[in-house]
Design a protein around this ligand. Structure first.
Ligand code: ATP
Ligand code: MG
Length: 557
């Protein structure tokens, strides 16, 4: 179909509803629990909900499903809003909270009690588990199931007043303990929790279960398409049961799609929290984390993340997407948009012996090879330069197309040079390479016809600045670090961070702004760190290399 990028079955459903007049205004929502930072899987959900609303001139709500006060906090609420906006989306109207509806939800619970459709149950949590049965064994009715409506109503009101201890009683729906769907076996509607809530303070000591809250919240907000992930498919009959038995006129319809999982990644908030507790990463926004805040600090762009979400499509099956696809989306975006610059990560000095000490020249180099509109930058050139230690060898075979004694190489954006000899430091390491500049080779071939085999990057020792460069890589060295019995903590990639404190970068990089990304020519894509970069403390993070180096590892090459 003309407008159909990716295989998005939801788009087809909504288009049908709109064209048939079934739905006049599309309303979707993104409903996070504020119990951690958002991750790449949430980005997918955000993308699905906001883009579909936009495409059909509808709106999307942001609603915090805050029914679990002990795991939630304001920091998460703030970070979630920041992340949604950073991804490029704006929710409709005010922020919404499940807790806005607590009074209404309680009234509905009373309504079910009065209809004889809910009861207060005094089984202990262990007993309840036992009574619930299993997939192959039906549940058993609770001995409290036949309490009268008036007794239930009295107990529920006293639960609300705080008369009973946590865990001593719950309110349950009275559906069927024999249902093959375990979600319908008299599910819990309210629990006693004497815990202060970030929004409602100490007003409540009972909290609705997620299942009792979620569908009704959608109904209250007039959500037309309630989009969630596949694990909620079996909850749908329960949500429908509530809507059937409560005086609610709106009827949201729920549609499920497959969760996004990427290889070499974990996305459980609980496990991500463990990485932080164990100091394996520095926090939710560590550049190696799959969180939106982490990806942002790493230098991923909202544009690339949105493209990735579009590219992988939306389907009805759970699967694992190769993380290389995400990396590819970033590389593509930065290749197109990031200005070029030269940075020498492991510098050694290159002295051009045939130039005078005072020699100084300036060139204009394009900021981007294919986009002249991005302008040019000034780079200076003098007798002393820095090149990368990997770009020089005293001897090498023909495959090595960099600088070798007696051989020529072109300095990117500048002249051809020929290496003569080296000087070593006290430890025997090469500290200086001496070379000659071949005259008249700025943008043209040498007069003697002896061409350079390769091109290397460099910076001018007089004007370059020292920078700290953090080389990030995948956090895990296993494609599915938490699959089955695997413990993700056993698969931490020890090389997921390396810090180079002595890098030398061209002068223009002192003018960067935090979060600005560059291609360091021949090295990869780097971003000025969001927090630590300043003009007198240059800190760059490696976003991603120029090529995928993991494929080779996977193929065992
Ligand atoms: P986690 O398992 O990481 O704790 P969650 O599902 O409990 O995630 P919620 O805050 O409830 O986190 O998620 C908010 C929304 O994002 C839900 O609609 C959920 O279905 C969706 N979502 C969460 N993880 C993914 C994922 N991996 N792929 C797609 N959507 C997701
Ligand atoms: Mg959840």
């Amino acid at each position: 179909m003309e407008n159909e990028i990716g295989n998005n079955f939801l788009r087809r459903i909504i288009r049908n509803d709109v064209e048939s007049g079934e739905v006049t205004k599309v309303v979707t929502r993104f409903p996070p629990e504020p119990n951690g930072y958002l991750h790449i899987g949430h980005a997918k959900s955000i993308h699905v909900n906001f883009e579909l609303a936009q495409e059909f001139s509808g709106v999307c709500h942001l609603r915090f499903d805050d029914t679990n006060p002990e795991k939630e906090c304001q920091e998460y609420i703030d970070s979630i809003q920041e992340d949604v906006r950073w991804l490029g989306y704006e929710w409709h109207g005010e922020i919404r909270y499940a807790s806005n509806y607590f009074e209404q939800l309680y009234e509905w619970a009373c309504d079910l009690v009065d209809q004889g459709l809910a009861y207060v149950c005094d089984l202990s949590p262990e007993e309840s588990r036992e009574y619930r049965g299993t997939l192959t064994r039906p549940g058993v009715d609770s001995p409290y199931r036949n309490r009268s409506s008036s007794e239930n109503r009295d107990l529920l009101e006293r639960m609300r007043q705080g008369e009973f201890d946590e865990g001593s009683r719950v309110l349950r729906a009275k559906i069927s303990m024999a249902s093959p769907n375990i979600n319908l076996r008299d599910p819990v509607l309210y629990r006693i929790r004497k815990h202060e809530h970030h929004q409602t303070g100490t007003s409540w000591v009972i909290y609705p279960s997620y299942d009792f809250a979620h569908g009704q919240e959608d109904a209250i907000e007039g959500i037309t398409h309630s989009i969630c992930t596949l694990e909620f498919e079996d909850h749908r009959p329960l949500y429908d049961w509530f809507l059937d038995h409560l005086p609610i006129s709106n009827r949201p319809r729920q549609f499920e799609f497959g969760r996004l999982n990427t290889s070499y990644t974990i996305t459980s908030k609980r496990k991500l929290g463990q990485l932080i507790e164990k100091n394996i990463v520095s926090g939710w926004d560590d550049p190696r984390m799959p969180t939106i805040a982490g990806m942002r600090r790493r230098g991923f762009t909202p544009n690339a993340i949105r493209k990735f979400c579009e590219m992988i499509g939306t389907t009805r099956s759970d699967g694992v997407v190769d993380v290389a696809m995400l990396e590819h989306a970033i590389r593509d975006d930065l290749n197109e948009n990031a200005p070029r610059a030269m940075a020498v990560l492991r510098p050694i000095k290159l002295v051009l012996e045939n130039l005078p000490e005072t020699y100084c020249e300036e060139f204009q180099a394009p900021c981007h090879p294919n986009r002249p509109e991005l302008g040019t930058r000034k780079i200076s050139f003098s007798r002393e330069l820095y090149i990368d230690e990997d770009d020089f060898r005293e001897e090498a075979n023909k495959k090595y197309k960099r600088l070798v004694i007696g051989k020529r190489v072109r300095l990117r954006n500048a002249y051809i040079v020929q290496a003569n000899r080296v000087e070593r430091d006290a430890d025997g390491n090469i500290s200086i390479v001496y070379a000659d500049l071949i005259p008249d080779t700025l943008g043209s071939d040498p007069a003697d016809g002896v061409k350079a085999k390769g091109v290397i990057h460099w910076v001018c020792a007089k004007t370059a600045s020292r920078a700290s460069v953090r080389l990030y890589d995948r956090l895990f060295n296993h494609p599915s670090p938490d699959k089955g019995d695997l413990n993700f903590l056993d698969f931490i990639n020890e090389e997921s961070i390396g810090i180079l404190e002595e890098a030398m970068v061209e002068a223009s990089l002192t003018q960067a702004t935090p979060e600005q990304a560059f291609q360091f020519e021949r090295e990869g894509y780097f971003v000025a760190d969001r927090y630590d970069y300043s003009a007198d403390n240059l800190v760059f993070n490696r976003v991603i290399g120029l090529r995928d180096t993991w494929q080779k590892i996977e193929e065992g090459v």
